[in-house]
Ligand binder design. Structure first.
Ligand code: TEU
Ligand code: CA
Length: 544
């Protein structure tokens, strides 16, 4: 069935931190198999697995040394096939991370390429003349420092992420052929799609390109990328799969072209809505900015194209801490607000119970490359160690990588051995087992939202209209088809406030679908308490 993903809800699994079945402190594929019944009870239709391939783990699996093998930490290829079969038997599809902007520097291709200019694999990567002290240009990498690393033979190689993640040369047809063969190999195995990592970076500007304002411009959705995207699409079209690209730099205007009916991909993750405000080390998500970006994407992809909806992933802090106030009520409000937008919602592991940020005490507790780099930069620029720690850990992506909190006991029921990353102490009261028993829990609120979305195609079909556009606290919108209308109101702040609904809304009759608090009757003027969130449906004559 093509288009199945329009009515689907996805769940992102960060395998290292999901569930450790063999008790070595690291999550694994058998752990996912063990928890399939949980995912089924949640009601999700597919899971996206962060990379489980062979990797030296400089960037936790995003540095791949063998695309067609499983990292021994996670299990074997046989474990993967068992997971795929059992997930399918449970009605759950599996999409895999596809990391093809770069490989690991330990990938056999790179080990060959770095041997010298005449090596047949040299052109699999990007090289330019340099000396140990003079790089081909001054471009900066996403992880800090130069995009170039000198490797002898009077040349440096190019990397938009860590030096251990050399970028592949997509201009080389041989590289594309190898990648395409690998993609088909996975699809022929029966997986249900891909999340394409950093895909908007595969094309680069010429090395003498002049950077004006945006430091990432030389490798963000650069012209010429359409050739590669079309080739990828031709492969994807042969399978009944879903594809979601991580495509930062593709604007909401251009995204329609990427995700329309015959676009390159089914949907993309935009990275724009992560609008921060406040001092470094104490920032919060800026609600008005967040709301404006999300509603612009809703509007620009209204008629053509499709959105991927998310508020958390493995690269960002926990939403309950940076937008919510860590209360269950705020977690529910955020869920209500984003899960009823138009698009395919993704839930990141732990988000469904309102997991919170971790109080990091030292840099030793931090694994993320980019955080260590930033820490060094801050120290060099004069910050004290305490200050640098605070600044780095406030927004580190490791907040989302602490083990999933299954139970209240030792190591949160994730493992019986000291986990690779610390478990949050609040697992004592914030965990899945507790929330399964509590009807009012965040978990049960998520189940209701998933049920609501899936019980009808309305939420994938209806139009989106933002109301109370400039209200700094409340995210409010209407979803509409010819026969039905739904109103979503969410106060996403710690303060109560008053809203004045447009008359065309307040003069209709509404009944409640879902709420996280006592809801009022709909009137022109309504008082909202902190993190109140309500969903109403219009009562029409036809419905009685
Ligand atoms: O993240 C990539 C990523 O965040 C950039 O592509 C982004 O465009 C840029 O930072 C914009 O500011 C992915 C993974 O999600 C991440 O975990 C990996 O570390 C990274 O790719 C490298 O593979
Ligand atoms: Ca394990």
């Amino acid at each position: 069935m093509s288009g199945w993903w329009k009515n689907a809800v996805g769940y992102q699994i960060y395998p290292r931190s999901f569930r450790d079945a063999n008790h070595d402190g690291i999550g694994d594929l058998q752990g996912i198999i063990e928890k399939l019944p949980y995912l089924q009870s949640l009601g999700v239709d597919f899971i996206w697995l962060n990379p489980v391939y062979a990797s030296p783990n400089v960037d936790n699996g995003y540095d791949i040394s063998d695309y067609q093998d499983i990292h021994p930490d996670f299990g074997t290829m046989a474990d993967f096939e068992e997971l795929l079969a059992k997930a399918h038997a449970s009605g759950i599809k599996i999409i895999m991370d596809l990391v093809v902007n770069h490989t690991s520097d330990q990938h056999p291709w790179f080990l060959e390429a770095k041997k010298g200019k005449d090596n047949p694999y040299r052109d699999y990567y990007l090289w330019a003349d340099a000396t140990e002290t003079k790089m081909p240009n001054d471009w900066k990498s996403f992880f800090g420092g130069s995009t170039w690393t000198y490797a002898g033979s009077s040349q440096a190689y190019f990397h938009v992420f860590a030096p251990e993640q050399p970028d592949l040369n997509w201009k080389n047809p041989k590289v594309r052929e190898e990648i395409y063969r690998m993609i088909r190999w996975w699809l022929d195995l029966g997986i249900d799609g891909f999340r394409l990592d950093a895909i908007s970076h595969i094309q680069k500007e010429p090395w003498d390109f002049n950077i004006t304002d945006n430091p990432w411009a030389p490798f963000m959705n650069v012209a010429g990328i359409e050739v590669y995207m079309k080739e990828l699409k031709e492969i994807f079209d042969d399978y009944p799969i879903m594809t979601v690209g991580e495509a930062s730099g593709v604007s909401s205007k251009k995204a329609a072209h990427w995700t329309k009916e015959d676009g390159y991909l089914n949907m993309i993750f935009e990275l724009e809505h992560n609008v921060r405000e406040g001092q470094q080390g104490a920032e919060r998500l800026n609600l008005l900015g967040f709301k404006k970006v999300l509603s612009r994407w809703q509007k620009d992809l209204g008629a053509n194209g499709w959105n991927a909806l998310y508020v958390e992933n493995h690269d960002n802090p926990r939403i309950a801490s940076i937008l919510g106030d860590e209360s269950p009520k705020s977690a529910k409000a955020i869920a209500t607000m984003y899960m009823l937008l138009k698009g395919t919602p993704f839930i990141y592991q732990g988000q469904e119970i309102g997991m919170t940020n971790f109080a990091f005490q030292s840099m030793e507790q931090i694994d993320a490359q980019d955080s260590h780099k930033l820490y060094r930069i801050l120290l060099e620029s004069g910050s004290s160690p305490e200050e640098a720690l605070r600044k780095v850990t406030h927004w580190t992506r490791d907040h989302s990588r602490t083990p999933l909190q299954w139970e209240g006991g030792m190591y949160g029921g994730f493992s019986s051995l000291l986990p690779w990353m610390a478990v949050n102490d609040n697992t004592a009261h914030l965990n899945i087992a507790e929330q399964e028993k509590d009807e009012q829990s965040v978990l049960n609120h998520y189940k209701q939202l998933i049920g609501l979305r899936k019980s009808q195609s309305f939420f994938s079909e209806g139009t989106f209209e933002l109301i109370l556009k400039n209200h700094p606290q409340v995210f409010a919108y209407l979803r509409k088809t010819d026969t039905k209308q739904v109103l979503v109101l969410a106060n996403l702040s710690r303060k109560s406030c008053q809203i004045d609904l447009p008359t065309r809304v307040s003069n209709k009759k509404w009944c409640l679908l879902l709420a996280n608090s006592d809801q009022p009757a709909i009137e022109k003027r309504i008082l909202m308490q902190p993190y109140d969130a309500w969903v109403f449906e219009e009562v029409t004559a036809a419905a009685g």
